[in-house]
Write a protein that binds this ligand. Structure first.
Ligand code: GLN
Length: 180
């Protein structure tokens, strides 16, 4: 409904995976094998999820095991605790700090190891990072000692935008956890 969703759709189709957008409650069917919460503005996406009565159905589905990947604002939406903002779906046992890099370093690119697949390019745009994670949260990537990708059960989050590079590793990783 807001943010960098077209780039995710392109990435998925380059991996021969069909996708559709969820813009209203009736779009959220049981026809999906996984869900991506894109980057954008978590406050705007959270507000729309509430207004469109999508918050509870999505929350229930995630807690019921639907594989989900949250990128950037999507990480904030999934976090149970949020510093500098409010919690939204509140499904994952992490504390995410919004705009954690401050104004000076609002946007930057780097390369780092991701989840045992090797070094990948990472684009950060007013990104959050994980300041605290429960014991069963697996850290998938760190930059400068900060957790910027992690997973817990069916939930995968990254602070960067994997859909804004040509590298398909993160999406492939996520797809390997989906049901279809
Ligand atoms: N700063 C945004 C937020 O707080 C996230 C930025 C992004 O998704 N690129 O939601």
């Amino acid at each position: 409904m807001q943010g960098a969703f077209i780039e995710h759709e392109r990435m998925l189709s380059s991996l021969d995976t069909q996708s559709f957008e969820i813009r209203k409650a009736s779009d959220f069917t049981n026809k999906m094998d996984g869900l991506i919460l894109p980057g954008g503005e978590s406050t705007v996406i959270g507000k729309l999820l509430r207004e469109l009565e999508l918050m509870e159905p999505i929350r229930k589905a995630i807690l019921g095991g639907l594989p989900v990947m949250g990128t950037c604002a999507g990480m904030i939406l999934l976090a149970k605790n949020v510093i500098g903002g409010e919690a939204h779906l509140a499904c994952m046992d992490i504390t995410a700090e919004r705009n954690a890099y401050g104004r000076q370093l609002a946007s930057f690119s780097t390369e780092a190891e991701f989840g045992g697949v090797g070094k990948i390019p990472m684009v950060f745009i007013r990104a959050p990072y994980v300041v605290k994670a429960a014991a069963d949260v697996e850290v998938l990537a760190e930059v400068d000692g900060k957790i910027i990708a992690a997973r817990q059960k069916n939930m995968l989050v990254c602070a960067f935008h994997p859909e804004l590079t040509k590298d398909t590793s993160v999406h492939s990783f996520f797809l390997s956890t989906c049901n279809g």
